[in-house]
Design a protein around this ligand. Structure first.
Ligand SMILES: Cc1cc2nc3c(=O)[nH]c(=O)nc-3n(C[C@H](O)[C@H](O)[C@H](O)COP(=O)(O)OP(=O)(O)OC[C@H]3O[C@@H](n4cnc5c(N)ncnc54)[C@H](O)[C@@H]3O)c2cc1C
Ligand code: FES
Length: 267
């Protein structure tokens, strides 16, 4: 069973929010703080309406903030918003990570660290032990190092070896005994998550994975976010899915783009 949706707000209307602060985290990642909180749980997401351009899904990196990686037109526009600018927010949407046990492990890569950091801070507030393994391309891309260091043990990997362990995030697994953790939480680029998952299948019953698919409606109607073969509608049944449901799905192999045709799961 996947974590249940705890939000009654899947039909949430867009509310008008104003940006209070913009923080540059890395050369192409910024955190935007809003003047209001949608009262999200870690793992949920919102639809950010950039008027006249697009509406895109964004996870929460804190109760009133999102962390944006500039990859295309909408994310670049969002990252260029200045304090005082308004936008529409629809949410919180989807299910959340569920905290279980007293000793958890966060494994993330890239901007996937954002919802995991929010989760880790919620866990720490409940006296849950938090260990983190985070992977990036290089030291310049490392995100939320200080926030995660405050929570507990932190291992960093970089593809080019410029910080921490040299290699992909999975290179950090040898430092850890996954059997020790009551629950494991995974979020990041899909090839990275699949790499971790395919090396830890025996633990898949306790790994909660935040999935990224192409969202249009975000209310479970259009089908653009569906995951083969079960047909899981990631926008309402996810984005957090238990790993054992993913092992025989399209996850790690392909995902559908705006037209519905199959494409790479990279991105
Ligand atoms: C539940 C959920 C939570 C998300 N949380 C965050 C977050 O916290 N921070 C963040 O920066 N991004 C997040 N994303 C991804 C974000 O929504 C996309 O990067 C964004 O929609 C791309 O729009 P664009 O117009 O900038 O790029 P596009 O012009 O649409 O695409 C540019 C490039 O990015 C790739 N791309 C497009 N859509 C996605 C996607 N959904 N995921 C990954 N790559 C994509 C394309 O393949 C293309 O190569 C999340 C996505 C989902 C589904
Ligand atoms: S985005 Fe429309 S059903 Fe999920």
């Amino acid at each position: 069973m996947s974590p249940k949706s705890e939000s009654p707000s899947t039909l949430a209307k867009s509310v008008d929010a104003t940006i209070l602060a913009v923080r540059q985290e890395t050369p192409n990642v910024k955190t935007l703080t809003f003047d209001l909180s949608l009262d999200p749980k870690a793992g949920q997401y919102l639809m950010a309406w950039i008027r006249g351009l697009d509406e895109i899904p964004m996870g929460f990196s804190g109760p009133r903030e999102i962390t944006v990686h500039e990859v295309g037109q909408a994310t670049k526009a969002l990252a260029n918003f200045e304090p005082g600018r308004s936008l529409g927010l629809r949410g919180p949407l989807g299910n959340s990570f569920i905290l279980r046990g007293d000793n958890i492990l966060l494994i993330g890569g890239g901007v996937g660290i954002a919802p995991l950091t929010f989760l880790g801070e919620a866990a720490k507030a409940q006296d849950i032990d938090v260990t983190s393994l985070i992977g990036f391309r290089s030291s310049a891309d490392v995100l939320f190092k200080q926030r995660l260091e405050k929570l507990g043990d932190l291992a960093i990997t970089t593809d080019d070896g410029s910080m921490g362990i040299h290699g992909f995030a999975s290179a950090g697994l040898k430092e850890l005994n996954l059997g020790e953790y009551s629950q494991i939480y995974l979020c990041g680029p899909e090839p990275m998550m699949w790499d971790i998952l395919s090396r830890s299948k025996e633990h898949s019953g306790k790994i909660q994975v935040s999935i990224n698919r192409y969202f249009k409606c975000a209310v479970g109607v259009c089908g653009s976010c569906c995951l083969d073969h079960e047909g899981i509608r990631v926008c309402v049944e996810g984005p957090v899915i238990m790993a054992d449901r993913l092992l025989n799905s399209e996850f790690g192999k392909y995902r559908r783009g705006p037209s519905g045709s199959r494409g790479s799961c990279r991105g």
